[in-house]
Design a binder for this molecule. Structure first.
Ligand code: WT7
Length: 576
């Protein structure tokens, strides 16, 4: 693969320490000084994110600035968040919530979901978050597998839980942040009512640093989404990267555009930013160039963490950013999918600042490879490992490869402080990530002679559409629930705007007439059952799916066919 813009590195000013020096001097043990442990050596991430600041001279500092889609604003200081999260922890405790219980949040972007998240951590229970576009199947997969005890939602989203509740024996109660009259009355709890009477004092759970804090379901090639579990002390890497990669300083106004249903929204929308005592903006509305530029201008956002698809949408939009006062911006970062060099350059030319790409995954819990602010950016490269983190490119046997050779992007697990601690109830899957002392990311990449990492592609069939991770199996298994579908094979099809779109190859049952209307019906079917973002934008009817002799769908062949590329080795293929 050619290195695009290889000689066009961008020098970026920074008052941060030199990369090489920091890299040599770094130690996680010393870095722990960023955290506050209780005198008995126990720990709580929510105490570190909120209470420590509420008990310091930051108590009246604004932690959360919330702006709804209608432009209504609310803000909370650290002291107010301490009070609210204590109250919520008391609400949970009064329901018998105990350490290790799974409590899930299913809410649109509102202050309540931040209060709920941190309140859950204070009790020692495990917080799970779910994207508000999830429908029944996606909800069922997560709530059933985790054995969630309580879900926090609103009356609109509750209707989706209502339909599946009978199949969720562990789900005891639902907390509604707004009011609503439902037949399940005795099992519903009113957030408003309970919060009014709850005490604002709470004894935060004293936990072992490795006790579980939150879990997120994420997709792979095979099977349903898996529950990636993170510990309380994973907060350390979140704080350090917020400080040294996102470059957040005390006076900054920081905006992370990710939803709390995804790992970026949890780690950089909650833990890192508040762990560091910073001010965070949350926008309750949907993406539009006008709305986003307005959020930056109105709130004087200084540090902005967003995603390539959004950047490309802004680049392609007729809305001129120059119509807005975006002069407050001083540092821009991106994550989630490859950031093309054009995106980096657009930032530089239009906003006066390049985007700094960052690489990590739900499993790694924090940024691992990045364009550290003091480094030269090579547009198109993900940058170098964060100090402390050891990354390498390895072959199928876990042997490290020399520079400029494509291989598996891998990390030394003991050097990634925030690496997942478990895959929920799936030890085998957890173990499958490791090979010869390396954590294997599932991405393919190479390293250049300067130690910069370049993303090549996924080593598996995982789809990244608009930066969101979707497993082909989830989409295929939803499609085959459709009465006209016999079989389906799903791939990510390269797309200029969204990185990839989901494309489904569908074999219809005998006698079913193919039509465009049927394609649309299938897209809508998946959207309605699985999730608003995880449906096939393209459906193609096909007579037969390529399969191995053991019956596994060969998505690689579907992809090659789609791309007009040679089909490659077909020796394991059944007759096709
Ligand atoms: C996958 C992880 C971690 C935050 C959100 C995504 C892709 C992530 C980059 C990047 C190219 C990237 C990888 C990775 N990815 N960052 N800078 N350049 N690809 O978390 O949903 O767990 O997805 O996103 O394929 O494995 P996630």
């Amino acid at each position: 693969m050619d290195i695009i813009h290889k000689n066009k590195s961008l020098s970026v000013r920074s008052n941060l320490p030199d990369y090489e020096k920091t890299y040599q001097e770094f130690s996680w043990e010393k870095a722990k000084a960023e955290l506050i442990f209780f005198p008995d050596g126990t720990f709580n991430a929510a105490y570190n994110a909120i209470d420590r600041h509420a008990e310091s001279d930051k108590k009246d500092k604004t932690a959360l600035i919330y702006e709804s889609d209608k432009g209504e604003k609310e803000s909370y200081t650290f002291a107010q968040l301490k009070e609210q999260t204590n109250k919520f922890a008391n609400v949970l405790a009064s329901q018998g919530v105990e350490k290790g219980d799974r409590i899930f949040i299913f809410l649109p972007p509102t202050p309540e979901r931040y209060i709920a998240f941190l309140g859950i951590l204070k009790t020692g229970a495990i917080a799970g978050t779910m994207f508000s576009a999830f429908q029944e199947t996606a909800l069922m997969d997560r709530l059933a597998d985790s054995g969630a005890k309580i879900v926090v939602t609103n009356s609109e989203l509750f209707s989706r839980i209502q339909k599946i509740w009978k199949d969720l024996p562990d789900l005891q109660k639902v907390i509604l942040v707004d009011e609503g009259d439902f037949p399940e009355k005795e099992k519903l709890i009113s957030y408003q009512q309970e919060m009014t009477t709850a005490s604002a004092d709470f004894n935060v759970a004293h936990l072992k640093p490795d006790d579980f804090a939150y879990m997120l379901y994420t997709s792979g090639t095979t099977g349903k989404p898996k529950g990636v579990v993170h510990a309380h002390a994973d907060l350390l890497q979140a704080i350090l990267t917020t400080k040294y990669v996102l470059d957040v300083k005390d006076q900054d106004i920081y905006w992370c555009t990710a939803d709390i249903g995804w790992v970026t929204g949890v780690v950089y929308g909650v833990l890192g930013i508040w762990g560091l005592g910073g001010t965070s903006v949350v926008f309750g509305g949907r993406f539009s160039p006008e709305a986003w530029y307005k959020i930056i201008a109105d709130n004087k956002v200084t540090v902005w963490y967003t995603a390539p698809t959004a950047i490309r949408m802004l680049m392609g939009s007729p809305v001129d950013p120059k119509q807005y006062d975006l002069s407050s911006l001083r540092h821009l970062c991106s994550v989630g999918e490859p950031l093309n060099p054009e995106g980096v350059m657009w930032g530089k030319e239009t906003l006066g600042l390049p985007f700094h790409d960052t690489w990590w995954q739900t499993e790694t819990g924090s940024i691992c490879i990045t364009n550290y602010p003091s480094m030269d950016i090579k547009p198109g490269s993900m940058g170098k490992p964060f100090p402390g983190v050891v990354a390498g490119i390895v072959d199928d046997n876990g042997q490290e490869l020399p520079a400029k050779q494509d291989g598996h992007l891998a990390l030394k697990p003991e050097t990634v402080y925030s690496l997942m601690k478990q895959i929920w109830k799936n030890e085998e899957k957890y173990k499958s990530y490791f090979n010869n002392g390396w954590y294997i990311s599932g991405d393919q990449a190479f390293k250049d002679e300067d130690g910069y990492f370049w993303f090549v592609g996924r080593a598996d069939d995982v789809i990244k559409t608009s930066g969101e991770r979707v497993g082909p199996f989830e989409v295929e298994s939803t499609l085959i629930e459709h009465p006209s579908v016999l079989e389906a094979g799903v791939i990510g099809k390269p797309d200029e705007l969204r990185g990839e779109i989901i494309k489904a190859f569908v074999v219809l049952k005998q006698g079913v007439e193919p039509s465009d209307a049927l394609k649309e019906e299938m897209a809508a079917f998946v959207k309605g059952k699985l999730a608003g973002h995880a449906y096939p934008r393209e459906v193609e009817f096909i007579d037969k799916l390529p399969k191995t002799r053991s019956g596994k769908i060969m998505r690689r062949i579907l992809k090659a066919r789609e791309m007009g590329q040679p089909i490659g080795d077909t020796s394991t293929l059944e007759e096709y």
